[in-house]
Design a protein. Structure first.
Length: 257
């Protein structure tokens, strides 16, 4: 597959999840050579080949699993009778899921929100910093990799639609208004997220838990919400709090790779 770099660029631009299979070792007689590649999409569309047959079928199956679990897989197969081949060679390959970076949707572009966004630059996280205050980002000097998004407090649908819900979705809530915090929590609990966190005290957690159960009929309450947020490393300045929260997000990301 000589055009694999160009294909990867196309999928990257579209932010379409794919798995790249690369043959890393060939011993004995094999139907492929080192450097043979395939690209597999989530819809099981295959570009390229590593030699066909049962080996390729198994590699495609493993690639779909790699995409589902969003983790790198290394595999090794000896080509014997069970592969309907008699060459007896051995093939090793690596499968790399791509375009499934964790995305952080951070509601509240105050001091702590800004610091979290800045700390996560050059990490795996794609950061979306969101606020409902008018012209809040007008004079922003944040890194260009951070997506600044304005939502409309009079149309809560804009809060929901700004998030790409799913297994790579991390949501942090630290707005300037507790009532907005609660509405976002109630909304987020109805969608799939990898991490849902709310800034606040244990008292705030208990209050929100009671409101979710009694007023919103959400039986699980705050059981799926991290509150307070951040690792207990000490310090209470915006930057210190941001460091503890960023560390927690990275810990969740890497512990589940």
């Amino acid at each position: 597959m000589k055009n694999w770099i160009a294909l990867l660029s196309v999928f990257k631009e579209r932010q379409e999840p794919i798995a790249l299979v690369t043959v890393t070792k060939c011993l004995g007689s094999t139907p492929c050579e080192v450097g043979s590649r395939m690209i597999i999409t989530k819809d099981n569309v295959v570009h390229g080949t590593i030699g066909g047959g049962k080996l390729e079928f198994l590699a495609i199956d493993e690639a779909i699993n790699a995409l589902r679990e969003n983790k790198i897989i290394e595999s090794s197969y000896t080509l014997g009778p069970e592969f309907e081949q008699c060459c007896g060679g051995k093939v090793e390959f690596i499968i790399e899921p791509m375009n499934q970076s964790p995305e952080l949707f951070l509601f509240g572009a105050g001091h702590i929100g800004h610091e979290i966004a800045k700390i996560l630059v050059d990490t795996p996280f794609e950061v979306h910093l969101i606020d409902s205050r008018h012209n809040w980002f007008e004079h922003s000097t944040l890194d260009k990799s951070i997506h600044l998004k304005q939502v409309n407090i009079d149309d809560f649908k804009t809060f929901r639609d700004v998030v790409k819900w799913g297994k790579n979705c991390y949501v942090l809530i630290l707005t300037h208004d507790h009532s907005i915090d609660f509405e976002i929590i109630a909304m987020a609990l109805q969608h799939k997220t990898k991490f849902l966190g709310l800034i606040g005290s244990k008292t705030k957690r208990v209050r929100f838990n009671n409101m979710l159960i009694k007023d919103m009929n959400i039986k699980e309450g705050m059981s799926n919400v991290v509150c307070p947020i951040g690792l207990q490393v000490g310090g209470n300045t915006p930057k210190e709090i941001a460091i503890s929260v960023a560390a927690q997000l990275l810990q969740v990301h890497y512990n589940n790779e």
